[in-house]
Design a protein around this ligand. Structure first.
Ligand code: GLA
Length: 396
C-alpha cells in the first residue's frame, strides 16, 4: 500500500505509553489499566437517534487509560493525545464547566452521578491516556475515551453497572457535557464489541445481537480510508439532520422515524417537502438495509453484502446529503478497483470511508485511492485495515 498506510501493530504500544505516563506524572504506578475501542459502522447511519437499527463493530484501535485513586477529591487527567492536562474537583462537576477533550473524561464521571451514583463520599482519581484511534476520523475516538473511563470507574468504585447502562451514561456525557447530540451507537459498539463480530442493535428496544462477520474466512479485509476532512458533531450538519428527522416525525404523526417502513414512503411523500422527504427516505431504506445486511451475513457471508453497502452510500450522498467529494471519490475508486462494497462510515461531512475488499487487493486499492486523491488535488488520505475486536475492559 502507499506510504501513508499504517498498521496498529507497527506502532509503539499505547498501553505502555499510558502506563508510563501515569507513573511519570503521578509518581506512583497506576492501580490498573483499562481500554476501549473505536468503532467502524458497517451499515446503519443516522438511524440510531431515530430509534432504528445499526450494525457497527469495535475495531482493533483503542484508547488506554491508566487509573489510580487519590487522597483528595480531585479528578486529574493527562494524556499523550493533547498537551492539555486538566483537573476538577468532584464537587465542581457540571456540564457548563467542562470544555476541551477533558470534558469526555469529566463528563462520564458527572453522568455517573446523574445515573444515581453517589459522588459525595468518593475519593478523587488520577488518569493517564494514550490511544491509537485516529482523532476526528469518524471512528469514535470520543466514545473510546468515554468508555475506557466508564469501565475503569465502574470497577474501581465497585459500581456493578451493566455495559448497556454504561453506554447510556457515556452517551449522556457526550450529549450534555460535550454538547454533541449523538445517538447510542458508538458507545454500544465500544462496550459490547466482540472479536470477529458486529453488534446488531435495535435502538428502540435496545436489544442487541452479535453477528459473526467471518471476514478472514471469506478472504476479506476492511480498509479504512480516512479522508482527513474533519467533521465536528457538536455543530453544523449532524445536528441539522437530527432536527429535520425529529421535525419530519412530528409532521408525519409518529414518535420516531423508526415507525416508518418503505411501504409508508409514498404517503410520506405527500406530507413532506421534497428535501425532508429525502431525509426520511434515507432513514426508512437504511433501516431495511441494516436488517437485510444482518440476514445476508448470516445466510451467505460477507462477500454478499457489497451491494447493500454501496446502496447505503448512495442514500447518504443523494438523500441524506452527508457525504463530501473526498468520501465519494474513495468509494468510487475502491469499487472500480476490486472492492466488494464501500461506503462512508460515521456521522459524515468528512471522516472516513470503508472498503470491504479481498485481502490480496487491499494494497492495490490503497494505491489507486492515493493516486485518485492526488489527481483531484485532495490532501492525501490515511489508510489502514481494521479487524473486528473486543469491547472495553481491563487490561492490567
Ligand atoms: C456519529 C454519532 C452516532 C451516529 C453516527 C451516524 O457517529 O455519534 O450516534 O448517529 O454518527 O450514524
Amino acid at each position: 500500500m502507499s506510504g501513508t498506510a499504517t498498521s496498529a501493530a507497527a506502532e509503539t504500544s499505547p498501553s505502555a505509553l499510558a502506563h508510563d505516563l501515569y507513573a511519570d506524572t503521578y509518581g506512583t504506578p497506576a492501580t490498573g489499566l483499562w481500554s476501549a475501542p473505536g468503532r467502524v459502522n458497517l451499515i446503519g447511519e443516522h438511524t440510531d437517534y431515530n430509534n432504528g437499527f445499526v450494525l457497527p463493530f469495535a475495531i482493533d484501535r483503542r484508547t488506554w487509560c491508566a487509573v489510580g485513586e487519590r487522597a483528595d477529591r480531585s479528578i486529574v487527567v493527562t494524556s499523550t493525545l493533547t498537551g492539555d492536562d486538566a483537573q476538577i474537583s468532584l464537587d465542581a462537576l457540571a456540564p457548563e464547566r467542562l470544555q476541551g477533550w477533558s470534558a469526555y473524561v469529566f463528563g462520564v464521571i458527572w453522568a455517573l452521578g446523574e445515573h444515581g451514583v453517589d459522588l459525595t463520599g468518593r475519593q478523587g482519581l488520577n488518569l493517564a491516556f494514550a490511544s491509537n484511534v485516529p482523532l476526528g476520523a469518524g471512528l469514535s475516538s470520543s466514545a473510546a475515551i468515554e468508555c475506557s473511563v466508564a469501565v475503569a470507574v465502574n470497577e474501581l468504585w465497585d459500581l456493578g453497572i451493566s455495559s448497556k447502562q454504561l453506554a447510556k451514561v457515556c452517551q449522556l456525557a457526550e450529549n450534555k457535557a460535550v454538547g454533541a447530540p449523538t445517538g447510542i451507537m458508538d458507545q454500544t459498539a465500544s462496550l459490547l464489541g466482540q472479536p470477529g463480530h458486529a453488534v446488531l442493535l435495535d435502538c428502540d428496544s435496545y436489544h442487541s445481537e452479535l453477528v459473526p462477520l467471518a471476514l478472514s474466512d471469506a478472504g476479506l479485509a476492511v480498509l479504512v480510508i480516512d479522508t482527513r476532512v474533519t467533521h465536528a458533531h457538536a455543530t453544523g450538519g449532524y445536528a441539522a439532520r437530527r432536527e429535520s428527522c425529529e421535525r419530519a416525525a412530528r409532521e408525519l404523526g409518529v414518535v420516531t422515524l423508526r415507525e416508518l417502513t418503505e411501504v409508508s414512503l409514498p404517503q410520506a411523500r405527500t406530507m413532506l417537502d421534497p428535501e425532508t422527504f429525502r431525509r426520511v427516505r434515507h432513514i426508512a431504506t437504511e433501516n431495511a438495509r441494516v436488517l437485510e445486511t444482518a440476514r445476508v451475513l448470516h445466510d451467505a457471508g460477507p462477500r454478499a453484502i457489497g451491494d447493500l453497502l454501496v446502496a447505503s452510500h448512495a442514500s447518504m450522498r443523494d438523500d441524506f446529503e452527508i457525504s463530501v467529494p473526498q468520501l465519494d471519490l474513495a468509494v468510487e475508486t475502491a469499487m472500480a478497483h476490486g472492492a466488494v462494497g464501500a461506503r462512508m462510515t460515521g456521522g459524515g461531512f468528512g471522516g472516513a470511508a470503508i472498503a470491504l475488499a479481498p485481502i490480496e487487493m487491499v494494497d492495490a486499492i490503497g494505491d489507486q485511492v492515493t493516486r485518485a486523491y492526488a489527481d483531484a488535488k485532495y490532501e492525501p488520505p490515511v489508510m489502514f485495515t481494521v479487524a473486528p475486536a473486543g469491547g472495553a475492559g481491563r487490561d492490567a
